[in-house]
Design a protein around this ligand. Structure first.
Ligand SMILES: [Fe+2]
Ligand SMILES: [Fe+2]
Length: 365
């Protein structure tokens, strides 16, 4: 399996992870001849898909939880929030069950080095993002040996952290291109709106509500809306801040291309100790692949390859399946273990992203 930009789709490629839009299955696993869907995918805001082809056969992309669990959580969240917007009542029991199943899967596989980013259409971005952010937050928390009760609290808060976005005007939320300063200030209100909405759900603990209120606060006081500092941010909020930024930046948005995983890790590490809790950043990054399986990389000898496996002890030196020579000609694929070939390094990653559009600085985080 590998991740390709939809511009790179070829007739012989088959869909390796199902694609959904508004809860409906658009492309099932195994679907071939996918080039005819390129325009539709683009209209839905989907720029990347996971495919299976000869070049990537046998490459596995590990995820922290099963695809089935992710999708059912996403659907539950979507219907719970839509229900809430109509009736002002939230089905917390269903959501707790979904958090519970994610927790048990995450605790079962403590050593997965996660490579996979879930793909979302524009319409379901907030739900996909909320579930992915919850998975990342729980991955950090498992390293802190949280009790079941604390994990559930963190999981619920993370799942609902962006609930305030449903109160933001859709056209501003999904605007293509840069937001004006005024629009950005308005979008930032989602943290407060979320907290206010959750105060009407009396069964939710205050800590869960606070996650929605404070997930954009930063340790050095540069966050929003209250510009809190250091000790004013509890551990749940510190965890969600990291998980939220990681998922936001590694995902395509209507106003910005996704960043390569290694660049997002640099972003977190540069801000570790100022904006983010350094211990928590460390616990998180040790569980992520710097160069995810299935992503394209350029090697220092100018050959092009697909990352095929990880070396746990040397995250910057994975196994690479070389597929193109320096002149861009397809070659019979062969594997290189960068832990053994020490003279070769990775010079560029997730090339299709770099070629299409250079990453810009994140505005709405
Ligand atoms: Fe947010
Ligand atoms: Fe978020």
């Amino acid at each position: 399996m590998r991740l390709v930009s939809i511009d790179m789709l070829k007739p012989e490629m088959k869909i390796a992870r199902a694609v959904y839009n508004q809860g409906a299955l658009i492309l099932p696993v195994g679907r071939s001849n996918v080039t005819r869907y390129i325009a539709n995918l683009r209209n839905m805001g989907i720029e990347y898909v996971y495919v299976e082809d000869d070049k990537s056969s046998g490459i596995e992309i590990p995820d922290a939880i099963a695809e089935r669990t992710r999708n059912s959580c996403k659907q539950l969240l979507q219907s719970a929030i839509q229900q809430f917007s109509i009736t002002d009542k939230l089905e917390t029991k269903d959501l707790e069950n979904c958090v519970g199943s994610v927790i048990s899967e995450i605790l079962k596989t403590p050593d997965v080095q996660v490579s996979l980013n879930d793909i979302a259409s524009n319409d379901e971005y907030t739900y996909t993002h909320s579930v992915s952010t919850m998975v990342y937050a729980l991955m950090i928390a498992r390293k802190l040996n949280y009790s079941e009760q604390k994990l559930t609290m963190l999981g619920m808060g993370t799942l609902l952290h962006d609930i305030g976005k449903m109160l933001i005007d859709h056209d501003v939320m999904f605007k293509e291109g840069q937001l004006t300063q005024q629009e950005y200030e308005y979008v930032k209100m989602h943290a407060l709106y979320g907290y206010q909405a959750m105060r009407r759900i009396t069964v939710l603990p205050e800590q869960v509500r606070q996650i929605a209120y404070m997930h954009h606060e930063r340790l050095d006081g540069t966050g929003y809306p209250q510009k809190l500092h250091g000790d004013e941010l509890n551990e749940y909020v510190r965890i969600v801040a990291i998980a939220d930024v990681y998922d936001a930046l590694t995902t395509d948005r209507c106003y910005r291309k996704k960043w390569p995983a290694n660049k997002v890790m640099d972003f977190l590490m540069e801000r570790s100790g100022t904006e983010f809790d350094p211990e928590l950043v460390g616990l998180f990054t040790q569980q992520l692949a710097v160069y995810p399986n299935g992503s394209l990389v350029r090697l220092s000898n100018q050959f092009l390859g697909i990352v095929s496996n990880q070396n746990r002890s040397m995250p910057l030196r994975p196994f690479v399946r070389v597929i193109q020579d320096p002149q861009g000609r397809d070659i019979t694929p062969f594997e290189v273990d960068l832990m053994k070939e020490l003279s070769i390094t990775i010079t560029e990653s997730e090339l299709e992203i770099i070629r299409n559009k250079p990453p810009v600085s994140p505005d709405e985080l």
